[in-house]
Design a protein around this ligand. Structure first.
Ligand code: DGY
Length: 321
């Protein structure tokens, strides 16, 4: 009987996923779910055949250079893989995989929650109820922005952007999108394409960000681009924090240029820009996009499907490098 491949797993994973790992692999698990640093990842990978990291692990070029020669694959428990230096992995002949598709619906659901929560002042309303500062129903109290029938701009019309467009149709929204290229009609879900980001911003009463973090998109929502949104617009981010310039967004929320923001992802999270904490018009969640039992199981199973294929000598279905 040949030995099972050894996998270093950086974080505690859902029970169903760890059960499959134990059945099919020789895993090194993280029972107390502490955040391992670079040295621990490198040491843990000694003699391991694969590494299974999460978005909280910075698998930099330096970490990859220090990995034991035994490591042949990195299967991240995430769709995003900007935390892994894929070029460094390629140089060392290490295969890298991610987990697309399975988190599309859960993330699109959270985007809708943020759109509704920001537009209808859910944070302020909840605080009034909890803090007993709610006086009486008022004809002019706690007025928000109507979501139904409003104009939604989707920045990045990949899987998650499309899933948000589908949901927005249920709210009778007028949907617009900007993407690297125009999609076939079947993938547009009735949305109108804008060749430029400026074109999209001009018609986005609600802007929902769904692009990956790349050199081109980093800080692309900044003072200059926010100025191009209609006055009183709403910005929602479930993609990556560093697509937004925090200072500019906070300033626009303070000045009233923007009505509100709904945010699930932050530059440098969990150490968010402190300016967000004081803003009552920022509806804030702690990176919950994919946080459902079904989705986290799905992500783990997908990471394992990729390792299964790799160790069976096949091309993993979600190979990114
Ligand atoms: C991912 O998989 O990249 C997500 O951000 C996790 O929610």
């Amino acid at each position: 009987m040949s030995a099972k491949p050894k996998v270093f797993v950086t974080r505690r994973l859902p029970d169903n996923v760890e059960a499959r790992l134990k059945r099919d692999y020789d895993p090194i698990l993280n029972a107390d779910d502490h955040l391992p640093g670079a040295d621990e990842v490198v040491a843990g990978c000694k003699g391991a055949d694969a590494l299974l990291p999460c978005p909280t692990d910075k698998i930099t070029a330096e970490v990859i250079e220090r990995l034991d020669d035994s490591v042949k694959a990195i299967a991240t428990f995430s769709v995003g893989y900007e935390h892994i230096d894929v070029e460094a992995a390629k140089k060392r002949g290490i295969v890298v995989t991610n987990t697309p598709d399975v988190l599309t619906d859960a993330t699109a659901d959270i985007a809708m929650l943020l759109i509704l929560g920001a537009a209808r002042r859910a944070y302020e309303g909840e605080m009034m109820v909890r803090n007993a500062t709610w006086g009486a129903w008022e004809p002019t109290g706690m007025l928000g922005v109507q979501v139904t029938g409003n104009r939604l701009g989707i920045m990045g019309m990949g899987r998650i952007g499309q899933a948000v467009a589908r949901r927005a149709r249920g709210f009778e929204m007028e949907v617009h999108y900007h993407n690297r290229s125009k999609l076939p009609a079947a993938e547009e879900f009735g949305a109108t394409f804008h060749e430029t980001l400026d074109g999209l911003l001009a018609v986005s009463d609600i802007l929902s960000i769904h692009c990956p973090s790349t050199a081109e998109t980093r800080k692309s929502i900044n003072a200059e681009t926010i100025a191009k949104l209609p006055d009183g617009a709403i910005v929602v981010n479930t993609a990556r924090g560093n697509v937004v310039d925090d200072e500019a967004l906070i300033e626009a929320l303070k000045s009233g240029k923007l009505f509100a923001a709904g945010i699930d992802v932050y530059d440098g999270e969990p150490n968010i820009h402190p300016g967000y904490r004081d803003l009552t018009n920022a509806f804030l969640l702690p990176h919950l996009g994919s946080a459902t039992h079904a989705t986290r199981d799905g992500m783990g199973f997908k990471a394992l499907d990729n390792l299964d294929a790799f160790f069976a000598g096949k091309t993993p279905p979600n190979r990114v490098a």
